[in-house]
Design a protein around this ligand. Structure first.
Ligand SMILES: Cc1cc2nc3c(=O)[nH]c(=O)nc-3n(C[C@H](O)[C@H](O)[C@H](O)COP(=O)(O)OP(=O)(O)OC[C@H]3O[C@@H](n4cnc5c(N)ncnc54)[C@H](O)[C@@H]3O)c2cc1C
Length: 382
């Protein structure tokens, strides 16, 4: 597999790649090696299956499509990576073990890591020796992330970490976490934060899973009590963690791509088949969902490297999933909600309007930064 001299793959090469991965995925489904798709967050019930699938992809040279070969990737382009995601979505197979590792931590380490950090973390992440979690949100710092209070105080050649994180998806399974902590309380709040690659096995790290209304425990509370963190765990500059984290959030929001839309038509057809009589209002709802899905897909296809698309994609994606689940519930009625698979999506989808930055926050970003509308009043805390 190769690209043109300019490094941009031509359509022919991409189509060749598409055929190759479609065959690989189809064979993996037949052999039972593929993990079914699970949306944005790895549910503990699919942990072992997803671990196996990630290792299987790595061993067959199919992990990290656009990651450099020296770190175990395929060394291809981001366009090839999009094709991989599209083919996984079409086959309803997970594109990787988890977003936190294969997108958030991995891309951050490639962008901001030292050579030693790249060598230490990238290949083991692709091979699934390391499962990552994201330790950003705190009980009083979610939307207002810069208000975080967990502190890491420099003490000789290490930091002493204290505080609490919450809503940390997959933390109970993770070997490492990407962590934001305050390293200088005197500086303005955005400037005193450092980004760490935290070993979850360090003494003083305690993880407590939270039971969600889906019945699963995908996310956790994480407590830090005098954790001794070596200084080589810092990613980027000390007190320079805000910029590292903003790029991570961009990956998280922009990564909420159009993959879910690829099988949307099939899902809507299933919905109709399983429903009784469909009212004209519900037909309108189905058409609206399909059109919004197509709009999202077109947006993602045209986005190129435009960073402004991230909040729009995130907003469209999570609102679409939510409305799709609501429509499914209304088509199937109260009784079937007790037994049908629809109940899972109905209970899961509200969380997607909050995870990775709530829909209200995405609307604020779009209004203020993209459309240039007046900023909402802010309380001065610096
Ligand atoms: C399923 C799920 C998985 C998650 N996984 C992770 C994870 O792995 N790691 C991690 O660090 N975090 C994770 N989170 C946390 C998530 O990022 C936060 O919940 C989110 O940023 C919102 O923060 P909050 O919960 O503190 O709510 P708050 O910030 O307290 O917001 C409460 C409500 O007020 C609204 N609001 C707040 N500020 C404004 C404003 N300025 N204008 C308008 N409305 C506003 C919000 O939209 C929301 O409706 C996860 C959350 C969910 C639901």
């Amino acid at each position: 597999m190769s690209t043109t001299v300019s490094g941009v793959p031509d359509d022919h090469l991409l189509e060749e790649f598409r055929e190759e991965v479609a065959t690989f995925i189809a064979q993996a489904i037949t052999s039972g090696d593929a993990c079914p798709s699970f949306g944005a967050i790895l549910p503990p019930s699919l942990h072992m299956k997803a671990m196996h699938w990630q290792r299987f992809c790595f061993e067959h040279g199919r992990a990290g499509v656009h990651w450099p070969r020296e770190y175990g990737g395929m060394g291809l382009t981001t366009d090839h990576n999009v094709v991989w995601h599209e083919e996984c979505a079409a086959a309803e197979v997970a594109p990787y073990l988890n977003l936190q590792g294969l997108v958030l931590a991995g891309e951050a380490i490639m962008r901001s890591g030292t050579e030693r950090q790249r060598e230490t973390f990238l290949r083991p992440t692709l091979r699934n020796d390391i499962l990552w979690c994201q330790l950003f949100s705190e009980p009083s710092a979610g939307s207002d992330l810069a208000g975080l209070q967990s502190s890491a105080v420099l003490d000789g050649d290490h930091f002493i970490l204290n505080g609490q994180k919450v809503w940390s998806s997959n933390a109970q399974l993770a070997q490492f976490g990407i962590l934001m902590a305050r390293t200088d309380a005197e500086l303005p709040k955005h400037k005193g934060i450092t980004f760490f690659l935290l070993d979850m096995a360090l003494a003083g790290v305690e993880v407590r899973p939270i039971k969600q209304m889906t019945g699963e425990s995908e996310f956790c509370e994480v407590f830090f009590s005098d954790v001794i963190v070596p200084s080589d765990a810092v990613l980027g500059e000390v007190n320079g963690g805000w910029a590292v984290a903003m790029a991570v959030l961009q990956d998280e929001r922009g990564g909420a791509g159009a993959s879910g839309v690829i099988s949307l038509r099939r899902r809507l057809e299933h919905m109709i088949q399983g429903a009784g009589e469909v009212s004209p209002l519900q037909v309108d709802g189905l058409i609206e969902i399909l059109n919004r899905g197509k709009a999202l897909q077109s947006l993602m296809e045209r986005r190129g490297g435009d960073p402004h698309i991230a909040p729009i994609a995130k907003l469209m994606n999570s609102e679409l999933s939510y409305d799709e689940a609501q429509l499914d519930a209304s088509l199937h009625g109260a009784h079937s909600m007790l037994t049908s698979a629809s109940i899972q999506a109905l209970l899961y989808s509200p969380g997607m309007r909050i995870a990775g930055g709530s829909s209200e926050i995405q609307r604020n970003i779009i209004g203020e930064r993209l459309l240039g509308l007046p900023r909402e009043p802010r309380i001065a805390t610096d």
